[in-house]
Design a binder for this molecule. Structure first.
Ligand SMILES: Cc1ncc(COP(=O)(O)O)c(C=O)c1O
Length: 488
């Protein structure tokens, strides 16, 4: 028998953003456990000692320890205290790789994509289906002050029209950051765009014409599918592992058997899989592209959200002849609402510049100037560190929550960055039906069928984990779990 499923209350982001003391304490101890500072079997300080050390009440410490017990990090041993629990012995299995596609296919218009995006904007729905990170993760007030100050100092930025490929201080800041990540990109080879979406569009248009075939990973980010559809191109989906990215043998076969004109790929923290291609594989991918003389459009938008110590290098780091067209934006790291992105299109620079001119002429200089100031002295690295910690923590809590509420046999990807988990449910579950049922409980989901041109991934879901953890999130996961179990 299924328990009654309570509809969650509308979310209150402000409440979620203001963390109570006990939650902050629980989070900081959880970080210490995840980073290995406190190891399984370690005794954590007694309630009294912790209360003195952190200058909080005994009740706050007790509440934090109870939270960590519930999350499975601590166990209470009678008359002895609290200990770090051993890691669960077996992790849930990872999603399986899809089969190759025999031939390329045009992409159909999918109204469901628009529907999922529209619900994502409605604050009354729990946004499990949305790729937009929660607004509380960003330094909105600081950026608002900088934008105001830039506009006051030079109001003509509003009154003057201007074509530009990129405001130089901003392109210099972006280039400096790539250099730190091991990729020397001259600042004047960057084109600033209206988000990563425009960058992807321009690059794809620069190297294809209608009817051409583009190789993409499967499952694929539905934004890629939408762009391919709008340009009347054909998509050829290449099997991709949730751990190490696209399968190179399959890619080679696909290129051998089809007239592929370009490859569109996301090597670092793929949306929706979260996979990360190891450096050695990036090198082999680049060699393969050289062998068949193919341009590649690389979406690097999630690379700065790595959980490990080092930012993964983009494929562009291996580029020796300008065939890699790197695309990214501040959409996942700093200011989704400003919609400023860029591309380093290598040898296709002139074509991309011309397309940028016909598309939007130039990206708003006022915003570029404000972002340049923030990057120069607004504490971007400090912000990125806390953002990465938050992403990591949210992902971990979501994974635990799903494992608690979803049925046995469910498979989960284990990203090392980004804010998605790809979930493969038991074969009998239909996530389109699940979506309809979940909407009645104010939960928006992204069913697997959105991520392919073919009717596949019917039993899969992309779960967005960017929301700060709260009782409402846990209740929504429980509801989703109950709806899934109803189908079994
Ligand atoms: C992989 C990927 N690329 C690009 C975009 C779009 O980025 P922007 O908002 O900068 O256009 C998204 C947004 O969700 C994304 O997930």
């Amino acid at each position: 028998m299924i328990q009654t499923v309570a509809a969650p209350k509308p979310l209150s982001p402000a409440k979620a953003a203001a963390r109570p003391l006990y939650a902050e304490l629980a989070d900081s101890l959880q970080n210490l456990i995840e980073q290995g500072t406190l190891r399984p079997g370690h005794r954590v300080p007694s309630v009294r000692t912790m209360s003195r050390q952190r200058d909080v009440s005994i009740a706050t410490v007790l509440q934090a320890y109870t939270v960590l017990e519930n999350r499975g990090y601590l166990e209470a041993r009678p008359q002895s205290g609290y200990y770090v629990r051993p890691r669960p012995p077996s992790l849930a299995p990872e999603p399986r790789m899809a089969k190759a596609m025999a031939k390329p296919s045009y992409v159909g218009v999918n109204d469901l994509t628009t529907e999922v995006m529209e619900y994502a904007l409605n604050q009354n729905y729990v946004p499990f289906g949305s790729a937009c990170p929660h607004h509380s993760l960003f330094p909105n007030k600081k950026l608002a002050r900088i934008i105001g100050s830039v506009a006051r100092r030079d109001p003509t930025l509003i009154g003057r029209a201007g074509m530009n490929w990129g405001y130089e201080p901003l392109t210099r800041e972006i280039a400096r950051r790539y250099l730190q990540a091991g990729v020397p990109i001259p600042h004047d080879e960057l084109v600033v765009t209206d988000g990563c979406t425009e960058a992807l569009n321009l690059c794809l248009r620069a190297v294809t014409k209608p009817g051409d075939t583009v190789a993409i990973e499967t499952p694929a980010y539905f934004g890629f599918l939408e762009i391919i559809q709008s340009l009347n191109l054909r998509a050829l989906e290449i099997p991709t592992s949730s751990r190490e990215g696209v399968c190179l043998d399959e890619l080679r076969d696909a290129i051998e058997q089809n007239d592929v004109k370009a490859v569109m790929i996301m090597p670092s923290f793929h949306n929706p899989l979260g996979s990360l291609m190891p450096d050695e594989k990036k090198q082999r991918l680049y060699n393969l592209l050289c062998e068949y003389d193919l341009p590649v459009i690389e979406d690097d938008i999630y690379a700065d959200t790595h959980f490990g110590d080092v930012r993964p290098k983009p494929l562009k780091a291996w580029d020796r002849d300008g065939r890699v067209m790197l695309c990214s934006s501040f959409g996942k790291t700093l200011a989704p609402g400003l919609h400023v992105g860029w591309t380093a299109p290598g040898r296709y620079l002139e074509r991309v510049r011309r397309l940028k001119f016909t598309n939007t002429m130039g990206t708003t200089v006022l915003l570029q100037k404000a972002l340049a100031e923030f990057l120069r002295d607004g504490g971007y690295d400090h912000h990125l560190r806390s953002l990465r910690r938050a992403y990591h923590q949210h992902l971990h809590l979501f994974l635990q929550g799903m494992q608690k509420h979803f049925p046995e046999g469910t498979r989960y990807s284990r990203p090392q960055g980004g804010n998605f988990i790809w979930v493969e449910l038991p074969a009998r579950v239909d996530t389109l039906r699940l979506r309809r049922d979940a909407l009645k409980h104010n939960i928006n989901t992204a069913p697997g069928v959105l991520f392919s041109v073919k009717d596949r991934y019917r039993n899969c879901l992309r779960m967005s984990c960017s929301l700060p953890w709260s009782d409402e999130i846990e209740a929504a996961l429980r509801t989703l779990g109950e709806l899934i179990k109803q189908q079994l």
